[in-house]
Design a protein around this ligand. Sequence first.
Ligand code: MN
Length: 482
Amino acid sequence: MNSAFTGLRSWLRHLAATERLAVARPGAKLEHELAAIAKRLDGRQAVLFPQPGGHAMPVVSGFMSKRAWIAEAMGVPQSELLARFREASEAPTPWREVAAAQAACQQVVHDFRAGGQLDIARLLPIPTHSEHDSGAYITAGLVIARNPKTGVQNVSINRIQVNARDRLGILMLPRHLRAFFQTAEGEGQPLPVAIVIGVDPLTALSSQAITPIDFDELTIAGSLHGAPLAVTRCQTSEVRVPAEAEIVIEGRILPRVREPEGPFGEFPKYYSAREEREVIEIDRVSTRRDPIFHTIVPAEMEHLLLGAIPREATLLAHLQRSFPGVLDVHLSIGGVARYHLYVKLEKRREGEPKNVILGAFGGHYDVKHVVVVDDDVDVHDPQEVEWAIATRFQADRDLVVVTEAQGSPLDPSTTVRFIHSHGGKPPVHLQGMSAKMGLDATKPLESAEHVFTRVCIPGEREVDLATALQPDAVDLERILAG
Ligand code: MN
């Protein structure tokens, strides 16, 4: 299966041809105005902003803001979205390296080491998004680094703050990039990274796959495209980046350097606090000729879906290994596409839903509340799930609560604990201690006749309104007269 959309531009041309790419008035302000316009059109149209804040480089946002669009980019119906992503993750395609001369992302080069006064904020149109953000943030940068021990790459999207003309602040959650950096820093070394901005939807989606360490997420992009992803080597490090990308920032995460980062409005629709965080020094920026900058408006659909789909695919695979009756999963949008997992189960034994709940908690630490429903409930419809809770769940019998487990550090309701250490060391704080809750909203396997029969009108699905309704067949005024 080959996707027709292996570059950002072919996808944007496709959206434009189908009236899904709005074009803003030239010169929208980078501070708040651009994000406000993109947010108003979230989930309906992507937006291209010409000359944002007086920059020659346009900004695009929201081109992955519907589930159906992502399925379309993959060339599958929406019902096969998770299966296709899973298949690509289980059968990755190694990338294909091309020389810098053949790599579009190397067409224009800006050397920050040359002793000039290059300024990242003048070079790129980096927006400031939410009200209390500390300033401009790169929100759609694929951060690529190599494991210092094995050389295998990792790809993740991290929020990146502009600290100074050649310095960026980065948030690294406790995952693979952080592990690589800890290895490098432990030896007093910087960690070379590339920040890649402006890739096709499937490459962006691949970056969010939940994989083991030493699994290069770019190999999933190749499988989704149906052809090896073309990559090229950075000029200042061994990191390989997608050759068709719009913009590549090459730099190093500095050992034993921390600078204040935040506040920043994150996916749960709350701000993360300002804290001392790691710093990237920029060595070089390369771009295509006339590049397009991509920004993701935080907490909106593009952000939520990018996280949700790969997680759903992973959680579904994880649960199906132990529970073959699990048919589908969904991370609801109201649960910020991370915290609320709905599981559709073809239940075979009483008690099985509780095992599924416990299995789901083990699938990812962000999963906080799990609802297990029967196979007649649509997990993509929150109203259906609520109906199942209303009519098939009893709190004293069907509720599972786990206290003080690892949760999402970005969930403001989690516990922050300070452990005071001795010997003059600063206190260690443990963020993200969270309760977990599971609801078994399945009906019993056996029940008296019609107790759990869902009301249905024979023929309701087959009604053809074109023939069922004939407004011209009667004189309505006569019937309603008098
Ligand atoms: Mn990884």
